[in-house]
Design a protein around this ligand. Structure first.
Ligand SMILES: Cc1cc2nc3c(=O)[nH]c(=O)nc-3n(C[C@H](O)[C@H](O)[C@H](O)COP(=O)(O)OP(=O)(O)OC[C@H]3O[C@@H](n4cnc5c(N)ncnc54)[C@H](O)[C@@H]3O)c2cc1C
Length: 459
Protein backbone atom coordinates (compact mmCIF):
# COMPACT_ATOMS: atom_id res chain seq x y z
CA UNK A 1 0.00 0.00 0.00
CA UNK A 2 1.10 3.60 -0.40
CA UNK A 3 2.69 4.95 2.75
CA UNK A 4 0.31 7.87 2.72
CA UNK A 5 -2.83 5.72 3.10
CA UNK A 6 -1.24 3.45 5.68
CA UNK A 7 -0.08 6.44 7.70
CA UNK A 8 -3.47 8.11 7.47
CA UNK A 9 -5.30 4.94 8.58
CA UNK A 10 -2.82 4.38 11.40
CA UNK A 11 -3.29 7.98 12.57
CA UNK A 12 -7.07 7.67 12.51
CA UNK A 13 -7.48 4.14 13.94
CA UNK A 14 -4.18 3.36 15.66
CA UNK A 15 -1.46 1.10 14.29
CA UNK A 16 -2.88 -1.88 16.20
CA UNK A 17 -6.08 -1.62 14.12
CA UNK A 18 -4.21 -2.51 10.92
CA UNK A 19 -3.31 -6.04 9.83
CA UNK A 20 -0.55 -6.33 7.25
CA UNK A 21 1.33 -9.48 8.20
CA UNK A 22 0.79 -12.17 5.54
CA UNK A 23 0.02 -14.87 8.09
CA UNK A 24 -2.57 -12.73 9.90
CA UNK A 25 -4.12 -11.54 6.63
CA UNK A 26 -4.87 -15.09 5.50
CA UNK A 27 -8.14 -15.54 7.40
CA UNK A 28 -9.60 -12.43 5.74
CA UNK A 29 -8.53 -13.46 2.26
CA UNK A 30 -10.33 -16.79 1.80
CA UNK A 31 -14.08 -17.35 1.99
CA UNK A 32 -15.80 -20.32 3.62
CA UNK A 33 -16.69 -21.86 0.27
CA UNK A 34 -15.98 -19.37 -2.52
CA UNK A 35 -13.86 -16.24 -2.78
CA UNK A 36 -10.11 -15.83 -2.54
CA UNK A 37 -7.88 -12.81 -3.05
CA UNK A 38 -5.24 -10.68 -1.42
CA UNK A 39 -5.79 -7.63 0.77
CA UNK A 40 -3.68 -4.50 0.76
CA UNK A 41 -4.43 -4.14 4.45
CA UNK A 42 -7.17 -5.13 6.87
CA UNK A 43 -8.53 -2.24 8.93
CA UNK A 44 -10.30 -3.09 12.19
CA UNK A 45 -12.00 0.05 13.50
CA UNK A 46 -13.59 0.04 16.98
CA UNK A 47 -16.40 2.55 16.56
CA UNK A 48 -18.89 3.88 14.04
CA UNK A 49 -16.83 7.09 13.77
CA UNK A 50 -13.69 5.10 12.99
CA UNK A 51 -15.54 3.14 10.26
CA UNK A 52 -16.61 6.45 8.73
CA UNK A 53 -13.07 7.83 8.93
CA UNK A 54 -11.71 4.68 7.32
CA UNK A 55 -14.16 4.94 4.39
CA UNK A 56 -13.38 8.62 3.88
CA UNK A 57 -9.63 8.01 3.90
CA UNK A 58 -9.94 5.14 1.42
CA UNK A 59 -12.01 7.39 -0.86
CA UNK A 60 -9.42 10.16 -0.63
CA UNK A 61 -6.66 7.71 -1.58
CA UNK A 62 -8.67 5.97 -4.29
CA UNK A 63 -8.68 2.61 -2.47
CA UNK A 64 -11.68 0.27 -2.74
CA UNK A 65 -13.21 -1.01 0.49
CA UNK A 66 -14.38 -4.57 1.11
CA UNK A 67 -16.61 -4.83 4.21
CA UNK A 68 -16.12 -8.12 6.04
CA UNK A 69 -18.12 -9.74 8.82
CA UNK A 70 -17.46 -13.25 10.13
CA UNK A 71 -16.62 -14.46 6.62
CA UNK A 72 -19.24 -17.24 6.65
CA UNK A 73 -20.99 -15.98 3.50
CA UNK A 74 -21.35 -18.51 0.69
CA UNK A 75 -21.15 -16.44 -2.50
CA UNK A 76 -17.55 -15.22 -2.29
CA UNK A 77 -18.60 -11.68 -1.36
CA UNK A 78 -16.61 -11.05 1.80
CA UNK A 79 -13.08 -11.44 0.46
CA UNK A 80 -10.93 -9.00 -1.56
CA UNK A 81 -10.20 -9.53 -5.23
CA UNK A 82 -6.80 -10.65 -6.51
CA UNK A 83 -5.42 -7.14 -7.15
CA UNK A 84 -3.87 -6.79 -3.71
CA UNK A 85 -5.21 -3.21 -3.69
CA UNK A 86 -8.44 -3.49 -1.69
CA UNK A 87 -8.77 -2.47 1.94
CA UNK A 88 -10.71 -5.07 3.91
CA UNK A 89 -12.77 -3.32 6.56
CA UNK A 90 -13.46 -5.84 9.29
CA UNK A 91 -16.27 -5.05 11.72
CA UNK A 92 -15.05 -7.58 14.30
CA UNK A 93 -14.16 -4.99 16.94
CA UNK A 94 -17.59 -3.33 16.83
CA UNK A 95 -18.81 -6.07 19.12
CA UNK A 96 -20.78 -4.34 21.86
CA UNK A 97 -24.40 -5.00 22.78
CA UNK A 98 -25.44 -1.46 23.53
CA UNK A 99 -29.00 -1.77 24.85
CA UNK A 100 -31.43 -4.55 25.69
CA UNK A 101 -35.03 -3.35 26.00
CA UNK A 102 -37.18 -6.24 27.21
CA UNK A 103 -40.37 -4.20 27.32
CA UNK A 104 -39.90 -3.20 23.66
CA UNK A 105 -38.75 -6.74 22.77
CA UNK A 106 -35.64 -5.34 21.12
CA UNK A 107 -31.89 -5.22 21.36
CA UNK A 108 -29.44 -2.65 19.98
CA UNK A 109 -26.09 -3.98 18.84
CA UNK A 110 -23.00 -2.91 16.97
CA UNK A 111 -22.49 -4.38 13.52
CA UNK A 112 -19.75 -6.81 14.49
CA UNK A 113 -21.60 -8.62 17.28
CA UNK A 114 -21.63 -12.37 16.68
CA UNK A 115 -25.00 -14.12 16.60
CA UNK A 116 -23.81 -16.56 19.31
CA UNK A 117 -22.71 -13.71 21.62
CA UNK A 118 -26.03 -11.94 21.15
CA UNK A 119 -28.03 -15.03 22.02
CA UNK A 120 -25.83 -15.76 25.02
CA UNK A 121 -26.61 -12.29 26.37
CA UNK A 122 -30.32 -12.56 25.62
CA UNK A 123 -30.64 -16.02 27.15
CA UNK A 124 -30.33 -14.77 30.71
CA UNK A 125 -33.24 -12.39 30.02
CA UNK A 126 -35.38 -15.29 28.73
CA UNK A 127 -35.30 -13.93 25.19
CA UNK A 128 -33.70 -14.81 21.83
CA UNK A 129 -32.92 -13.52 18.36
CA UNK A 130 -34.29 -16.63 16.67
CA UNK A 131 -32.59 -16.68 13.27
CA UNK A 132 -30.79 -19.98 13.37
CA UNK A 133 -28.17 -21.46 11.05
CA UNK A 134 -25.18 -23.78 11.05
CA UNK A 135 -22.68 -20.88 11.17
CA UNK A 136 -21.91 -17.99 13.52
CA UNK A 137 -22.16 -14.76 11.49
CA UNK A 138 -21.99 -11.12 12.62
CA UNK A 139 -25.17 -9.06 12.77
CA UNK A 140 -23.88 -6.65 10.08
CA UNK A 141 -23.20 -9.60 7.76
CA UNK A 142 -26.64 -10.98 8.51
CA UNK A 143 -28.26 -7.67 7.56
CA UNK A 144 -26.16 -7.41 4.39
CA UNK A 145 -27.18 -10.93 3.31
CA UNK A 146 -30.67 -10.97 4.87
CA UNK A 147 -29.98 -14.32 6.53
CA UNK A 148 -32.89 -16.74 6.48
CA UNK A 149 -31.95 -19.90 8.32
CA UNK A 150 -33.79 -22.94 9.53
CA UNK A 151 -36.53 -21.26 11.55
CA UNK A 152 -37.68 -18.75 8.93
CA UNK A 153 -40.93 -20.67 8.63
CA UNK A 154 -41.80 -19.42 12.14
CA UNK A 155 -39.88 -16.17 12.68
CA UNK A 156 -39.12 -14.81 9.21
CA UNK A 157 -35.74 -13.54 7.98
CA UNK A 158 -33.55 -10.63 9.13
CA UNK A 159 -35.66 -8.19 7.15
CA UNK A 160 -38.73 -9.17 9.16
CA UNK A 161 -36.85 -8.73 12.45
CA UNK A 162 -35.04 -5.46 11.83
CA UNK A 163 -36.33 -2.43 13.75
CA UNK A 164 -33.48 0.01 13.17
CA UNK A 165 -30.13 0.53 11.53
CA UNK A 166 -27.05 2.75 11.49
CA UNK A 167 -24.78 2.76 8.46
CA UNK A 168 -21.75 4.47 7.00
CA UNK A 169 -22.62 5.41 3.44
CA UNK A 170 -20.16 4.99 0.54
CA UNK A 171 -19.05 8.65 0.81
CA UNK A 172 -18.27 8.25 4.51
CA UNK A 173 -21.36 10.07 5.77
CA UNK A 174 -23.86 8.52 8.18
CA UNK A 175 -27.50 7.47 8.02
CA UNK A 176 -28.98 6.37 11.30
CA UNK A 177 -32.36 5.38 12.70
CA UNK A 178 -31.97 3.34 15.87
CA UNK A 179 -35.35 4.19 17.40
CA UNK A 180 -36.49 0.58 17.40
CA UNK A 181 -40.00 1.32 16.18
CA UNK A 182 -42.32 -1.51 15.24
CA UNK A 183 -44.60 0.83 13.32
CA UNK A 184 -43.42 3.69 11.15
CA UNK A 185 -45.06 4.44 7.81
CA UNK A 186 -43.60 7.81 6.95
CA UNK A 187 -42.39 7.24 3.41
CA UNK A 188 -39.49 5.16 2.19
CA UNK A 189 -38.35 2.53 4.71
CA UNK A 190 -34.70 3.44 4.10
CA UNK A 191 -33.20 0.68 6.24
CA UNK A 192 -34.46 -1.93 3.77
CA UNK A 193 -32.00 -0.60 1.16
CA UNK A 194 -29.21 -2.13 3.21
CA UNK A 195 -30.85 -5.54 3.71
CA UNK A 196 -29.78 -8.28 1.33
CA UNK A 197 -27.67 -5.96 -0.81
CA UNK A 198 -24.21 -7.27 0.16
CA UNK A 199 -23.04 -4.03 1.74
CA UNK A 200 -23.27 -2.20 -1.60
CA UNK A 201 -25.37 0.66 -0.18
CA UNK A 202 -23.43 1.11 3.05
CA UNK A 203 -21.61 -0.48 5.96
CA UNK A 204 -23.78 -1.57 8.87
CA UNK A 205 -22.31 -0.38 12.16
CA UNK A 206 -25.38 -0.73 14.36
CA UNK A 207 -28.79 -2.38 14.36
CA UNK A 208 -31.91 -2.73 16.48
CA UNK A 209 -33.33 -6.23 16.29
CA UNK A 210 -36.60 -7.68 17.40
CA UNK A 211 -36.26 -10.25 20.20
CA UNK A 212 -38.61 -13.12 21.00
CA UNK A 213 -39.45 -15.11 24.13
CA UNK A 214 -36.99 -17.97 24.54
CA UNK A 215 -38.70 -21.31 23.91
CA UNK A 216 -39.06 -23.38 27.08
CA UNK A 217 -39.51 -26.63 25.21
CA UNK A 218 -38.81 -28.23 21.86
CA UNK A 219 -40.07 -31.45 20.31
CA UNK A 220 -39.15 -33.04 17.03
CA UNK A 221 -39.14 -36.03 14.75
CA UNK A 222 -37.24 -37.31 11.75
CA UNK A 223 -39.80 -38.42 9.22
CA UNK A 224 -38.68 -40.93 6.60
CA UNK A 225 -40.33 -39.77 3.39
CA UNK A 226 -40.32 -41.98 0.31
CA UNK A 227 -40.29 -39.07 -2.17
CA UNK A 228 -40.03 -35.31 -2.50
CA UNK A 229 -43.73 -35.27 -3.26
CA UNK A 230 -44.48 -36.80 0.16
CA UNK A 231 -42.35 -34.05 1.79
CA UNK A 232 -44.52 -31.38 0.15
CA UNK A 233 -47.80 -33.08 1.05
CA UNK A 234 -46.75 -33.66 4.66
CA UNK A 235 -46.00 -29.95 5.11
CA UNK A 236 -49.38 -29.01 3.71
CA UNK A 237 -51.03 -31.34 6.24
CA UNK A 238 -48.90 -30.35 9.26
CA UNK A 239 -48.91 -26.56 8.93
CA UNK A 240 -52.58 -25.98 9.80
CA UNK A 241 -52.48 -28.67 12.53
CA UNK A 242 -49.38 -27.32 14.27
CA UNK A 243 -49.84 -23.58 13.66
CA UNK A 244 -47.35 -21.27 15.33
CA UNK A 245 -45.65 -24.16 17.14
CA UNK A 246 -44.07 -25.39 13.89
CA UNK A 247 -40.60 -23.82 13.96
CA UNK A 248 -38.63 -25.83 11.39
CA UNK A 249 -39.29 -28.11 8.45
CA UNK A 250 -36.01 -29.26 6.94
CA UNK A 251 -35.64 -31.94 4.27
CA UNK A 252 -32.40 -33.87 3.75
CA UNK A 253 -31.93 -36.07 0.70
CA UNK A 254 -30.43 -39.57 0.98
CA UNK A 255 -27.23 -38.30 -0.70
CA UNK A 256 -26.89 -35.55 1.90
CA UNK A 257 -27.53 -37.91 4.84
CA UNK A 258 -25.12 -40.47 3.42
CA UNK A 259 -22.37 -37.83 3.34
CA UNK A 260 -22.91 -37.19 7.06
CA UNK A 261 -22.88 -40.92 7.80
CA UNK A 262 -19.57 -41.24 5.94
CA UNK A 263 -17.77 -38.12 7.19
CA UNK A 264 -19.68 -36.71 10.16
CA UNK A 265 -19.45 -37.39 13.87
CA UNK A 266 -22.41 -39.66 14.52
CA UNK A 267 -22.13 -42.75 16.66
CA UNK A 268 -24.82 -44.59 14.76
CA UNK A 269 -27.26 -43.96 11.96
CA UNK A 270 -30.81 -42.98 12.97
CA UNK A 271 -31.95 -45.02 9.95
CA UNK A 272 -31.28 -48.76 10.44
CA UNK A 273 -32.91 -49.46 7.05
CA UNK A 274 -30.64 -46.92 5.31
CA UNK A 275 -31.48 -43.24 4.68
CA UNK A 276 -34.90 -42.62 3.12
CA UNK A 277 -35.34 -40.61 -0.11
CA UNK A 278 -35.82 -37.61 2.20
CA UNK A 279 -35.42 -37.39 5.97
CA UNK A 280 -37.59 -34.53 7.21
CA UNK A 281 -36.69 -32.78 10.44
CA UNK A 282 -39.91 -31.44 11.92
CA UNK A 283 -39.43 -29.21 14.96
CA UNK A 284 -42.01 -27.69 17.27
CA UNK A 285 -41.20 -25.22 20.01
CA UNK A 286 -43.00 -22.99 22.45
CA UNK A 287 -42.38 -20.60 25.32
CA UNK A 288 -45.31 -22.31 27.09
CA UNK A 289 -43.85 -24.95 29.47
CA UNK A 290 -44.29 -28.69 28.88
CA UNK A 291 -46.52 -29.04 31.98
CA UNK A 292 -49.11 -26.86 30.26
CA UNK A 293 -48.67 -27.89 26.64
CA UNK A 294 -47.52 -31.30 25.39
CA UNK A 295 -45.78 -30.61 22.08
CA UNK A 296 -44.71 -34.24 21.63
CA UNK A 297 -48.32 -35.36 21.83
CA UNK A 298 -49.38 -32.63 19.41
CA UNK A 299 -46.74 -33.67 16.88
CA UNK A 300 -47.43 -37.39 17.35
CA UNK A 301 -51.16 -36.93 16.72
CA UNK A 302 -50.57 -34.85 13.60
CA UNK A 303 -48.13 -37.39 12.15
CA UNK A 304 -50.38 -40.37 12.91
CA UNK A 305 -53.33 -38.65 11.27
CA UNK A 306 -51.27 -38.05 8.13
CA UNK A 307 -49.90 -41.57 8.02
CA UNK A 308 -53.37 -43.06 8.34
CA UNK A 309 -54.49 -41.18 5.23
CA UNK A 310 -54.38 -42.41 1.64
CA UNK A 311 -50.90 -43.04 0.25
CA UNK A 312 -48.90 -40.99 2.80
CA UNK A 313 -45.54 -41.96 1.29
CA UNK A 314 -43.95 -42.14 4.76
CA UNK A 315 -41.75 -45.14 5.61
CA UNK A 316 -41.27 -44.54 9.32
CA UNK A 317 -40.82 -41.85 11.97
CA UNK A 318 -37.75 -41.57 14.21
CA UNK A 319 -38.43 -39.96 17.58
CA UNK A 320 -35.79 -38.80 20.03
CA UNK A 321 -33.86 -35.74 21.13
CA UNK A 322 -34.37 -32.99 18.56
CA UNK A 323 -30.81 -31.74 19.26
CA UNK A 324 -29.50 -35.01 17.80
CA UNK A 325 -31.54 -34.42 14.64
CA UNK A 326 -30.06 -30.90 14.27
CA UNK A 327 -26.63 -32.46 14.71
CA UNK A 328 -27.23 -34.44 11.51
CA UNK A 329 -28.63 -31.43 9.67
CA UNK A 330 -25.81 -29.07 10.60
CA UNK A 331 -23.08 -31.46 9.51
CA UNK A 332 -24.22 -31.74 5.90
CA UNK A 333 -22.26 -28.83 4.38
CA UNK A 334 -18.98 -29.85 6.04
CA UNK A 335 -19.51 -33.52 5.13
CA UNK A 336 -20.23 -32.78 1.48
CA UNK A 337 -16.87 -31.02 1.22
CA UNK A 338 -15.28 -34.42 1.85
CA UNK A 339 -17.27 -36.05 -0.95
CA UNK A 340 -15.49 -34.44 -3.90
CA UNK A 341 -16.02 -31.36 -6.04
CA UNK A 342 -19.12 -29.50 -4.81
CA UNK A 343 -21.18 -26.90 -6.62
CA UNK A 344 -23.33 -25.34 -3.89
CA UNK A 345 -26.50 -23.59 -5.06
CA UNK A 346 -28.97 -21.79 -2.82
CA UNK A 347 -32.25 -21.55 -4.66
CA UNK A 348 -35.95 -21.18 -3.97
CA UNK A 349 -39.23 -21.90 -5.76
CA UNK A 350 -42.84 -21.82 -4.55
CA UNK A 351 -42.78 -24.52 -1.89
CA UNK A 352 -45.59 -26.45 -3.57
CA UNK A 353 -43.18 -27.10 -6.48
CA UNK A 354 -40.07 -28.19 -4.58
CA UNK A 355 -40.24 -31.88 -5.52
CA UNK A 356 -41.02 -31.24 -9.18
CA UNK A 357 -38.26 -28.62 -9.38
CA UNK A 358 -35.58 -30.83 -7.78
CA UNK A 359 -36.46 -33.72 -10.10
CA UNK A 360 -36.21 -31.45 -13.15
CA UNK A 361 -32.77 -30.14 -12.13
CA UNK A 362 -31.59 -33.73 -11.60
CA UNK A 363 -32.89 -34.70 -15.04
CA UNK A 364 -31.25 -31.75 -16.84
CA UNK A 365 -27.94 -32.21 -14.99
CA UNK A 366 -27.86 -35.95 -15.82
CA UNK A 367 -28.06 -35.11 -19.54
CA UNK A 368 -24.68 -33.34 -19.47
CA UNK A 369 -23.02 -34.77 -16.35
CA UNK A 370 -24.30 -38.29 -15.62
CA UNK A 371 -21.68 -38.79 -12.90
CA UNK A 372 -22.78 -35.72 -10.90
CA UNK A 373 -24.92 -36.52 -7.86
CA UNK A 374 -27.64 -34.22 -6.54
CA UNK A 375 -27.19 -33.89 -2.77
CA UNK A 376 -29.94 -31.46 -1.87
CA UNK A 377 -31.19 -30.40 1.54
CA UNK A 378 -32.77 -27.33 2.99
CA UNK A 379 -35.67 -25.33 4.19
CA UNK A 380 -38.56 -26.98 2.35
CA UNK A 381 -41.04 -25.25 4.67
CA UNK A 382 -40.20 -21.97 2.95
CA UNK A 383 -39.36 -23.26 -0.51
CA UNK A 384 -35.58 -23.00 -0.04
CA UNK A 385 -33.13 -25.62 -1.22
CA UNK A 386 -29.37 -25.92 -0.79
CA UNK A 387 -29.01 -27.81 -4.01
CA UNK A 388 -25.53 -29.28 -4.14
CA UNK A 389 -24.06 -31.08 -7.12
CA UNK A 390 -21.15 -33.36 -6.24
CA UNK A 391 -18.68 -35.21 -8.45
CA UNK A 392 -15.21 -36.71 -8.48
CA UNK A 393 -12.81 -33.82 -9.30
CA UNK A 394 -10.67 -36.14 -11.42
CA UNK A 395 -13.59 -36.92 -13.72
CA UNK A 396 -14.50 -33.47 -15.02
CA UNK A 397 -12.90 -30.16 -15.99
CA UNK A 398 -13.22 -27.16 -13.68
CA UNK A 399 -15.33 -25.38 -16.34
CA UNK A 400 -18.17 -27.81 -15.67
CA UNK A 401 -19.21 -25.79 -12.62
CA UNK A 402 -20.30 -22.82 -14.72
CA UNK A 403 -22.28 -24.97 -17.13
CA UNK A 404 -24.15 -26.83 -14.37
CA UNK A 405 -24.78 -23.60 -12.49
CA UNK A 406 -26.37 -22.02 -15.58
CA UNK A 407 -28.56 -25.09 -16.15
CA UNK A 408 -29.81 -25.17 -12.57
CA UNK A 409 -30.48 -21.41 -12.47
CA UNK A 410 -32.33 -21.59 -15.77
CA UNK A 411 -34.60 -24.37 -14.51
CA UNK A 412 -35.14 -22.44 -11.28
CA UNK A 413 -35.75 -18.90 -12.56
CA UNK A 414 -37.17 -19.48 -16.04
CA UNK A 415 -38.81 -22.86 -15.54
CA UNK A 416 -40.23 -22.52 -12.03
CA UNK A 417 -40.39 -18.78 -11.32
CA UNK A 418 -37.82 -19.17 -8.55
CA UNK A 419 -34.81 -17.26 -7.19
CA UNK A 420 -31.19 -18.10 -7.96
CA UNK A 421 -30.20 -16.81 -4.52
CA UNK A 422 -32.73 -17.65 -1.85
CA UNK A 423 -30.78 -16.46 1.17
CA UNK A 424 -27.07 -16.12 0.40
CA UNK A 425 -27.34 -12.84 -1.48
CA UNK A 426 -25.18 -11.75 -4.43
CA UNK A 427 -21.42 -12.06 -4.89
CA UNK A 428 -18.87 -13.23 -7.44
CA UNK A 429 -20.28 -16.78 -7.23
CA UNK A 430 -23.65 -15.79 -8.70
CA UNK A 431 -23.25 -12.29 -10.14
CA UNK A 432 -23.70 -13.58 -13.70
CA UNK A 433 -27.23 -14.58 -12.72
CA UNK A 434 -27.78 -11.10 -11.21
CA UNK A 435 -26.82 -9.57 -14.54
CA UNK A 436 -29.06 -11.94 -16.46
CA UNK A 437 -32.20 -11.96 -14.33
CA UNK A 438 -32.38 -8.56 -12.59
CA UNK A 439 -34.85 -6.22 -14.24
CA UNK A 440 -33.41 -3.19 -16.07
CA UNK A 441 -35.48 -0.89 -13.84
CA UNK A 442 -33.95 -2.27 -10.63
CA UNK A 443 -30.46 -1.94 -12.10
CA UNK A 444 -31.24 1.61 -13.17
CA UNK A 445 -32.42 2.52 -9.64
CA UNK A 446 -29.21 1.10 -8.17
CA UNK A 447 -27.13 3.04 -10.66
CA UNK A 448 -28.98 6.28 -9.85
CA UNK A 449 -28.23 5.82 -6.14
CA UNK A 450 -24.62 5.34 -7.15
CA UNK A 451 -24.31 1.61 -6.55
CA UNK A 452 -22.11 0.18 -9.24
CA UNK A 453 -20.70 -2.92 -7.60
CA UNK A 454 -21.47 -5.60 -5.07
CA UNK A 455 -18.16 -5.88 -3.19
CA UNK A 456 -15.56 -6.97 -5.70
CA UNK A 457 -17.89 -7.31 -8.69
CA UNK A 458 -19.11 -4.71 -11.18
CA UNK A 459 -22.86 -4.73 -11.73
C1 LIG B 1 -22.24 -23.95 7.45
C2 LIG B 1 -23.00 -22.73 6.98
C3 LIG B 1 -24.38 -22.74 7.03
C4 LIG B 1 -25.10 -21.63 6.59
N1 LIG B 1 -26.46 -21.66 6.64
C5 LIG B 1 -27.16 -20.58 6.23
C6 LIG B 1 -28.58 -20.59 6.29
O1 LIG B 1 -29.21 -21.58 6.69
N2 LIG B 1 -29.23 -19.47 5.91
C7 LIG B 1 -28.58 -18.35 5.46
O2 LIG B 1 -29.23 -17.36 5.13
N3 LIG B 1 -27.23 -18.33 5.36
C8 LIG B 1 -26.51 -19.40 5.75
N4 LIG B 1 -25.15 -19.38 5.66
C9 LIG B 1 -24.49 -18.20 5.05
C10 LIG B 1 -23.92 -17.13 6.00
O3 LIG B 1 -23.72 -17.60 7.29
C11 LIG B 1 -24.77 -15.87 5.97
O4 LIG B 1 -24.76 -15.31 4.67
C12 LIG B 1 -24.28 -14.81 6.98
O5 LIG B 1 -25.32 -13.94 7.23
C13 LIG B 1 -23.06 -14.00 6.57
O6 LIG B 1 -22.64 -13.20 7.66
P1 LIG B 1 -21.09 -12.91 7.93
O7 LIG B 1 -20.96 -12.03 9.13
O8 LIG B 1 -20.30 -14.15 7.95
O9 LIG B 1 -20.76 -12.05 6.65
P2 LIG B 1 -19.53 -12.15 5.56
O10 LIG B 1 -19.46 -13.53 5.06
O11 LIG B 1 -18.31 -11.66 6.27
O12 LIG B 1 -20.02 -11.16 4.50
C14 LIG B 1 -21.13 -11.44 3.68
C15 LIG B 1 -21.50 -10.19 2.87
O13 LIG B 1 -21.93 -9.17 3.75
C16 LIG B 1 -21.09 -8.02 3.63
N5 LIG B 1 -20.92 -7.49 4.98
C17 LIG B 1 -20.43 -8.12 6.08
N6 LIG B 1 -20.52 -7.33 7.16
C18 LIG B 1 -21.08 -6.18 6.73
C19 LIG B 1 -21.45 -4.96 7.38
N7 LIG B 1 -21.25 -4.75 8.68
N8 LIG B 1 -22.00 -3.98 6.63
C20 LIG B 1 -22.22 -4.14 5.30
N9 LIG B 1 -21.89 -5.26 4.63
C21 LIG B 1 -21.34 -6.27 5.35
C22 LIG B 1 -19.80 -8.51 2.98
O14 LIG B 1 -19.17 -7.48 2.27
C23 LIG B 1 -20.36 -9.60 2.08
O15 LIG B 1 -20.89 -9.02 0.92
C24 LIG B 1 -24.40 -20.48 6.10
C25 LIG B 1 -23.01 -20.48 6.09
C26 LIG B 1 -22.30 -21.59 6.51
C27 LIG B 1 -20.81 -21.55 6.46
Amino acid sequence: MTDALHDALAAALGEDALVTDAHDLARYEKGWRYGEGSARVVARPRTHEEVAACVRLCNEHGARVQPAGANTGLVGASTPDGSGQMVVLSLERLSRITNIDDANGSVEVEGGVLLSALNEALKERGRTFPIDLGADPQIGGMVATNTGGSRLVRYGDVRANLLGLRVVLPDGSTWSDLRGLRKNNTGLDAKQLFVGTSGAFGIVTGAVLRTWPLPRQRAGALVEAESGDAVVRLFEALEPRLGEFLTAYEAMSAEAVNAVLRHGTMERSPFPGGPPAYAVLVELSSSIPAETLDLEELLGEALVEFMEGDDPGIRDVVVGDVADFWHVRHQISESLREEGQVLGLDVSVPRSRMAEFTAEVARRVAEVAPDARVADFGHWGDGGSHLNLVWDPASAPEGRKGELQRIAYDVCVTGFGGSYSAEHCVGPHNVEAYREYTSPWVREVCARIGVERFGTVEL
